[in-house]
Design a protein. Structure first.
Length: 296
């Protein structure tokens, strides 16, 4: 991409941006060109401070493209010397955001570090302005939102470039910081283990209490059931005995009526004879002086 430039005067016409192709511009004109492909920037061992006030060094790469819609602004602001300005601004943006992030994320959560640094870099260098704002969230500028160029303020245009890619590379933590962090992690793990052991004791005690409650409740239910079973068995036996006695009484009543036994003496004699017959050790004989002979 580029602008038409007059050879004789060196004047650059920024009213129109030319892309690849063939143009008839006359013998006194040539083109002032800018790269249309990606600009690669490598930032090696940048010293930054974390949110924990710990100094570390990080390395990263990012790639950006010049924007056709802001190429005239880029030319007016930086001419062709935009690369060192973009690089310096990128370093400032990364350092500023890095100071808000904890050392724990640099060690354990690189994905979040890369995401946050990319967002800060894009917002500062790229800006959030576009010719047409996309409707899909995944196509939004890296800063997270979009402003149409017609509504974009000067301080929202960034460096007139588009940062598309960012890669977080090495994160160098000093040995003493590593040792201190390892000690902190170890102490935190020990504290967490102590709290876990305390919770374990509490849970075990509570479990034992619940177990005893359930056991006592089960024992009480068993005892109540046994007592009820005894009562039911006694009631059933009493009822059965009552039914048998009522039936026997009714049967004797019918028997007395059928045999014509009416007096108490006759009933007593009859019952006595019945008792003798039911005794297995007694043998009744007829024709002897004694009506009954006891055999032991």
């Amino acid at each position: 991409v580029g602008f038409k430039r007059r050879k004789s005067t060196g004047y650059v016409d920024i009213s129109e941006v030319y892309t690849s192709g063939r143009y008839f511009v006359g013998p006194d004109y040539t083109f002032k060109v800018f790269p249309a492909d990606a600009n690669f920037v490598a930032l090696n061992e940048i010293s930054v401070w974390t949110g924990d006030k710990i100094e570390i060094k990080i390395s990263c790469n990012f790639q950006y493209f010049l924007r056709k819609d802001f190429l005239a602004d880029l030319h007016e602001a930086y001419n062709v010397d935009y690369k060192p300005v973009v690089r310096g601004t990128a370093i400032d943006a990364i350092k500023g955001r890095a100071a808000d992030l904890p050392i724990d994320d640099y060690i354990r959560n690189r994905e979040n570090i890369e995401k946050e640094l990319f967002k800060a870099l894009a917002k500062r260098v790229d800006g959030c302005c576009r010719e047409t704002c996309p409707t899909e969230e995944e196509k939004m500028p890296a800063c997270g939102y979009c402003i149409e160029n017609s509504l974009c303020k000067n301080d929202e245009r960034g460096m007139f470039v588009e940062v598309r890619y960012f890669q977080l590379l090495a994160v160098d933590v000093h040995d003493d910081v590593k040792s201190r962090y390892l000690r902190q992690v170890t102490e935190a793990a020990e504290e967490e283990r102590a709290q876990f052991e305390l919770r374990e004791k509490v849970v075990r005690k509570e479990t034992e209490r619940i177990k005893n409650e359930i056991y006592n409740e089960a024992r009480e239910i068993t005892q109540n059931a046994s007592a009820k079973a005894v009562v039911i068995d006694a009631e059933a036996k009493a009822k059965a005995l009552r039914v048998v006695e009522e039936a026997r009484s009714e049967g004797l009543k019918n028997l007395y009526s059928a045999l014509g036994i009416t007096t108490d003496e006759e009933k007593a004699a009859f019952n006595y004879l019945r008792s003798l017959r039911q005794n297995k050790n007694i043998k009744l004989n007829v024709g002897y002086k004694s009506l009954a002979q006891f055999q032991n």
